[in-house]
Design a protein around this ligand. Structure first.
Ligand SMILES: Cc1cc2nc3c(=O)[nH]c(=O)nc-3n(C[C@H](O)[C@H](O)[C@H](O)COP(=O)(O)OP(=O)(O)OC[C@H]3O[C@@H](n4cnc5c(N)ncnc54)[C@H](O)[C@@H]3O)c2cc1C
Length: 386
């Protein structure tokens, strides 16, 4: 017989909120501590692949974000001579969904779903430590006991570090500025503007992503040492000169457009758990966004936690099975998203043509395509199976 279980979660990002909904739906009581004074996500778009969409479907959130989501059918990578380096097509009929959404909308939908399931969300509550027996302490000197503690406190996770779980955290050579611009009526209706396109020029890239009826998400990538590429507010003239085909969208960026630059992180941990503490999301496996899978995997491990802990009396055994099920696909994704990113930073300017030929050759190999797609084909534990 099972009794009511309680979880304390640090971090109300996409990982923490997904885990909260998943556990609450299994009958757990859940409290989420968020260090910020209010719940928020950055103003940017997010690619949600088939694996992430399955999570949202399982939690009943898909229907909340569906009305504004953009259904991607084509994704191109184009080089400086406007040659297609990589082309991907997606068919919902073949079970290859890829949606782009507004981050704040997804975040809000998860928070609302959490509250509807009885989850308590406490803002301005910073968790400073956790112990393997399931106790957390907050900066306000309060302690809470739980059957399960979840560290979903992001790339700089205090809990992960206080438990000695961090194996390696480092930053890659590149980073990106993310922002949203308004979408024009022509872009809404003209088929050529429905594709997602990443333009490459040397070590700089811009990703153009329709992500709601009213918004286009622009992601400006460059090396961390490239001061002009990471300047905020963005240097509109420089980016328009470099990427003239996107000038129509770049010129909509104003000095007031909310934007931020992030260097791409990579986090590896010894284990995803210690005693009754589980580490999820960027805290466990932050990764560069070249495959756009960090949040999808975070949500996947959040759903899997709820499903595997469900009504089990053996918390530590369930956590072991959870890690064994979800971790291999995360390892695979971290390896491949890192490798794919090398294509854009490892070639000097003078070798741009060679880079295009090499990446195009790679993208046409079946084994490469299979490895790139493997994460989106992963079915998280607890997600609907076709
Ligand atoms: C440029 C870029 C583009 C990306 N694009 C995609 C994409 O298209 N698709 C995709 O799937 N992924 C993408 N990602 C990855 C994705 O953004 C992250 O993997 C995901 O947002 C991680 O969510 P999280 O909840 O683990 O962490 P976070 O979003 O960092 O949330 C952590 C939360 O914990 C709170 N917190 C921190 N410390 C404490 C504490 N001590 N106590 C309490 N609360 C605390 C924070 O305030 C925050 O709210 C991208 C990443 C980058 C950098």
């Amino acid at each position: 017989m099972t009794t009511s279980r309680h979880a304390e979660i640090a971090g109300a990002g996409l990982a923490g909120l997904t885990a909260a909904v998943a556990l609450a739906r299994q009958g757990w009581t859940v409290r989420v501590h968020e260090s910020a004074p209010e719940l928020r996500e950055i103003g940017a778009g997010l690619y949600v692949w088939e694996n992430g969409l399955r999570v949202l479907e399982a939690l009943g959130v898909l229907e909340d974000i569906a009305p504004n989501a953009h259904h991607v059918t084509d994704f191109d990578v184009v080089d400086e001579r406007f040659r297609i380096v990589q082309r991907m097509s997606f068919s919902e009929a073949r079970g290859e969904r890829l949606w782009t959404v507004l981050r704040p909308e997804l975040h809000k939908a998860l928070a609302q779903r959490a509250e509807a399931n009885g989850v308590e969300i406490v803002t301005s509550s910073r968790v400073v430590a956790a112990t393997p027996d399931g106790t957390i302490a907050t900066a306000a000197d309060r302690t809470y006991r739980a059957d399960l503690v979840i560290a979903a406190d992001g790339v700089n996770s205090t809990i992960r570090d206080s438990l000695g779980l961090l194996a390696r955290k480092h930053y890659l050579l590149d980073g990106a500025i993310r922002l949203l611009v308004p979408r024009s009526s022509v872009e809404r209706s003209d088929p050529q503007y429905q594709r997602c396109i990443e333009y490459w020029k040397g070590t700089r890239r811009i990703l153009y992503t329709p992500c709601s009826p009213d918004h286009v998400y622009l992601c400006f990538t460059g090396r961390a040492g490239d001061e002009a590429a990471k300047r905020l507010p963005i240097d509109v003239d420089m980016w328009m000169r470099e990427f003239p085909r996107l000038a129509f969208a770049i010129e909509r960026v104003t000095p007031d457009t909310p934007a931020r630059w992030d260097r791409f992180p990579m986090v590896k941990v010894h284990q995803w758990r210690r005693g009754r503490v589980a580490v999820i999301g960027d805290a466990a496996h932050a990764q560069p966004p070249n495959l756009g899978q960090g949040a999808c995997l975070a949500m996947s491990s959040g759903l899997a936690l709820g499903s595997m802990l469900g009504t089990s009396n053996d918390i530590e055994g369930a956590l072991e099975r959870w890690e064994a099920y979800e971790r291999p696909i995360v390892r695979h994704t971290q390896r491949w998203t890192w490798l794919w990113g090398l294509a854009s930073v490892a070639f000097p300017h003078r070798l741009q043509r060679a880079r295009s030929r090499f990446v195009s050759w790679l993208a046409h190999r079946d084994w490469v395509a299979r490895n790139l797609e493997r994460t989106s084909r992963h079915v998280p534990a607890g997600a609907p199976v076709d």
